[in-house]
Design a protein around this ligand. Structure first.
Ligand SMILES: C[S@@+](CC[C@H](N)C(=O)[O-])C[C@H]1O[C@@H](n2cnc3c(N)ncnc32)[C@H](O)[C@@H]1O
Length: 321
């Protein structure tokens, strides 16, 4: 009576073929396509495919599809028997000239992947900005940079208008509270923001925000302060709804001379210089103001903008005599 075969004996059959061992060594070094394997190991594609099938059937390798290509690599989770067997075979093959040549040709195959990239960018620098915009849109970099935000943040978009900024922030933070005084603007915001589960849209004025004390980590006043008759009063109210050390971002116009905006768009202020804004912010309980003029978009027709950040400092409690 013969002893029953152990599972390891079956795997020995799979590794009893030199080509399969070379393929496994190659795929341990680098994830490759059939074409790349054929070129690196100097074998016909049909031979490579046949051996890959055997290796894949026994879970020596795994693969993934990408477009029209399939990428192979040594299976990352070989069982203990298979791993022990493979380590034995690999160390026996390690110094064979064939395997060393395979390794050198694999490195050349991978280097050839880079050649296409290098050739493209050697001539693309002049056209890249336009191509980038055409392929991914003009704001892709800024949209991506929002992922740097702390995902735990609770943000107030105060004077949210139609909700453009809230929509950009919502995927990256815990909660957005969008507030505006205009029901017509809020109707548009509600439509835009309906798909987000973490945005509230509420009617309210900057001077009497519909938010509890210390409920925001960040407050944003984007293109709204120039409409506000008493900026210090509004900034004090923003201070109330921010947590201690909460951050304020004011983005608005730098000082300009477009007087007609008062009639055409109801502007109260013709932009803000850092000195005036700094004074108001200190009066309202903010410190650490950082005012940065923003780069001018050549396609934009309005005044240049700035961004100004500041930190909420708790007011000393009133001592009642
Ligand atoms: C120029 S829009 C900017 C909207 C939006 N922040 C943006 O960047 O597109 C100004 C918005 O501020 C709102 N607003 C003006 N004064 C306000 C106030 N005192 N309180 C709340 N919202 C106000 C207006 O209703 C309008 O929607």
């Amino acid at each position: 009576m013969t002893a029953p075969r152990l599972a390891i004996h079956d795997h020995m059959v799979e590794l009893a073929d030199t080509t399969r061992c070379r393929l496994l060594a190659a795929l341990e070094r680098q994830e490759l396509t059939v074409g790349e394997l054929a070129s690196a190991l100097q074998l016909p594609q049909s031979t490579v495919s046949r051996h890959l099938r055997i290796l894949a059937d026994q879970a020596w390798i795994s693969s993934r599809a990408e477009g029209a290509s399939r990428w192979y690599r040594r299976h990352p989770l070989l069982d203990t028997d298979m791993l022990g067997l493979w380590e034995l075979v690999r160390s026996a093959m390690a110094t064979s000239p064939g395997v060393l040549q395979d390794a050198a040709r694999i490195d050349a195959v991978v280097a050839a992947r880079r050649t296409g990239t290098q050739a493209f960018f050697a001539t693309a620098s002049a056209a890249w900005d336009a191509l980038r915009t055409e392929m991914f849109g003009a704001r892709a970099d800024l949209a991506a940079a929002l992922a740097l935000l702390d995902p735990a943040l609770v943000v107030g978009d105060l004077g949210c208008g139609t909700g453009v900024l809230s929509a950009a922030l919502a995927p990256h933070v815990a909660q957005v509270h969008a507030v505006d005084a205009s029901s017509a603007m809020l109707a548009a915001a509600s439509g835009r923001l309906a798909a987000f589960g973490n945005v509230t849209v509420t009617e309210g004025a900057l001077e009497a925000l519909p938010l509890p004390d210390a409920s925001l980590d960040v407050a944003v006043l984007m293109l709204v302060l120039h409409h506000v008759a008493d900026p210090v009063r509004a900034l004090r109210e923003v201070h109330r709804v921010l947590r201690p050390a909460g951050r304020l971002l004011v983005t608005d116009m730098r000082p300009h001379t477009h007087e007609r905006y008062r009639e055409t768009m109801g502007h109260v202020w013709l932009g803000f210089a850092p000195e005036a804004l700094g004074t108001w912010l200190r009066e309202a309980g903010f410190e650490g103001m950082h005012y940065v003029p923003l780069p001018v978009d050549p396609a934009a027709t309005g005044p240049a903008l700035f961004s100004c950040t500041a930190t909420m400092v708790p007011m000393p409690a009133l001592v009642v005599a």
